[in-house]
Structure formats: C-alpha cells, structure tokens
Design a protein. Structure first.
Length: 255
C-alpha cells in the first residue's frame, strides 16, 4: 500500500429496474487501499452492503483487463473516471484522496436504457454491428496469404487503431447529444481502409448509420468529448471518414 488506506463517501445511483425511479444513495467506505482497482472497491462496498442484508449494487464487468468494454461507469461526471486512456477496471484508487466524495452513475442515453443500478442495456450496439459490421470474404480455412495484397502502412495503422474500439459506449455517455458516431465510424473505418471490407463498403455505411439513427442516438456536433473520454483513444478523424463514406455511398451515378 503506497499511501495508506482511505475513507471515502460514495454516492451511487440505485435503480431497481428500467421503469422504476432511481436516486443517489450515500455509502461510507473505509479501509480502501490505493492499490485497489475501482471495481475492487465496488466489490468491497458490495460485501459491506450484503453483510447488512441489503441488495448489492449491480454493475457490468467481465475481463477486468480493459478489453471487453463491459465496465461502464460515469465517475465524478466523467466516463470511466478522471484518467485518460483507461477503462473503469483499469482505474485505481490512487487516483483519489482520503476523504473524497465520489459520484458513481450509469451511462445515460436513450439508446442505453438502465437495466439495474449501474448496468445498462447496450444491445443497440450489437444491432448496429449486425446491420453491416462484417465482411463477406473468407477469413477462415484456406485463406490468401496475409502479404499477398499490398496495403499502405498508413492505411493499415489507421485500420488497426479504429479496430481497437471495444464498444464500451463511453463516447455516447460523454456526448451531450448521446451520439454514437465515434463507435460507428470506428467500425466503418476499420473495414473501409482495407480491401477486405470493400465488397460491402456502400451498403455497410448506409445500413449502420440508418440503424444508429433508429436506435435513438443523437447527431454529432463536433464537440470532441468522445475522443477525449474514449479509453482506446479513438480519433474523431474516423467520424470525418465515415461522413465521406456516407456521402459517396448516397450519391447515385448519373445515367
């Protein structure tokens, strides 16, 4: 333990289901090690709550390694907390001080309805991917050698950077418009930049944007908060690329 244990005041959003009214509940938690992850601190709080015979705080988590994108919490008004380039599970309590008050809320967006407490339903992202986030070329079995198709290094790097998106939804949660443009543009870009994604290129961007709109996500107004709060540092350049892809796919050639 680097600086000794901390005593914290935690204000946590509690909501029994998607239709119930929610409210902030206050908890006192002592003995928090600065070496704990934020989720380990929530585990510790839940143990305290359960010992009192009360209902534990529901929250999403899976890998706890910054890969799966499940741990979605709005911490002190910031998606995934005060640090940049990390998910909630990678946030450590050394980022806070003894005596701090920490506000913990779920993602808030029409497209992410609350399931319970800090858990939200992100199935909207799955439906967007299903609408066009795939390729038709064979990617298993007897595939072509990886080096058989020359791809410019710059394009390969940009495609890889876009593909690091983990679909956590921080971009939506932090955007005042609840826009999913950063997420969708990352998925469109990772295919548009590579030849394997070209067969469905036009249909992909048209279908994914259409599905995004149908899910109730807002429009992008170029504020840039999504890029700042993204745990994988996805660039808003992808949004500009998707807009170009969308415009190109929308224009019908003259006869």
């Amino acid at each position: 333990m680097s600086n000794g244990n901390m005593n914290l005041t935690l204000k946590v959003w509690r909501q029994s289901n998607s239709t119930a009214a929610g409210k902030m509940e206050t908890y006192q938690l002592g003995g928090v090690s600065p070496d704990m992850s934020f989720l380990e601190m929530i585990d510790m709080l839940n143990e305290q709550i359960i010992r009192k015979g009360e209902d534990a705080i529901a929250f999403d988590h899976d890998c706890r390694e910054g890969i799966c994108g499940m741990c979605s919490m709005f911490i002190n008004g910031e998606a995934h907390g005060p640090n940049r380039g990390v998910t909630t599970c990678q946030l450590h309590m050394r980022s806070f001080k003894d005596g701090d008050t920490i506000y913990i809320e779920p993602w808030r967006a029409e497209g992410f309805p609350v399931v319970k407490d800090l858990m939200v339903d992100r199935a909207a992202f799955d439906r967007i991917i299903q609408s066009g986030g795939f390729v038709s070329v064979n990617t298993s079995g007897r595939t072509m050698d990886a080096n058989a198709i020359p791809i410019p290094k710059d394009d390969a790097d940009k495609a890889f950077d876009a593909a690091t998106c983990i679909g956590c939804g921080a971009c939506v949660a932090t955007c005042p418009n609840s826009s999913a443009m950063l997420f969708v543009s990352a998925k469109v870009s990772q295919f548009a930049l590579l030849p394997q994604g070209h067969p469905e290129r036009k249909e992909r961007v048209l279908n994914m944007v259409k599905q995004m709109d149908e899910e109730g996500f807002g429009n992008c107004s170029n504020i840039g908060a999504c890029e700042v709060q993204c745990p994988k540092n996805i660039s808003i350049e992808n949004i500009a690329r998707m807009n170009r892809e969308y415009f190109s796919a929308s224009v019908k050639p003259e006869n």
